[in-house]
Design a binder for this molecule. Structure first.
Ligand SMILES: [Zn+2]
Length: 124
């Protein structure tokens, strides 16, 4: 009786190990694919795409000025993230919106009709 019980325990442990290893591997491959897919910051002004910045291939961080008839916004671009560090809009909402690092978040500058969103190629 004892031997059978031990065998069942070993079997359960093996199954748990295999399942968690498979899940871990699947997650690892999934996140690897996400990384390879690339991350883009898409800047739109007045509803039109103004600029597309590849955030997955940024070496040294740099600043990019977006200047339109409504004003300017200074974007700080780093590997995997983008933020607005300065602008001549009223309220500075866009500056206070912080840093974008993943899809689903956005920075809006209403007075300048500017929207920054993050897109990931791996999601499609
Ligand atoms: Zn603004």
């Amino acid at each position: 009786v004892k031997t059978t019980k031990n065998k069942i325990y070993i079997l359960v442990i093996v199954i748990v190990l295999v399942v968690s290893l498979t899940a871990g591997l699947a997650y690892f491959l999934y996140s690897k694919n996400q990384d390879r897919g690339g991350l883009y910051a898409v800047v739109t002004v007045d509803g039109e795409e103004y600029e597309r910045i590849d955030l997955s291939r940024v070496g040294e961080p740099y600043d990019r000025t977006i200047e339109t008839e409504w004003g300017y916004n200074i974007l700080h671009v780093e590997n995997g993230s983008i933020s607005v560090t300065d602008a001549d809009c009223t309220g500075h909402d866009c500056v206070e919106m912080g840093t974008l690092t993943s899809p689903g978040y956005l920075i809006v500058c209403l007075p300048h009709r500017m929207v920054i969103t993050i897109e990931s190629e791996g999601e499609e």
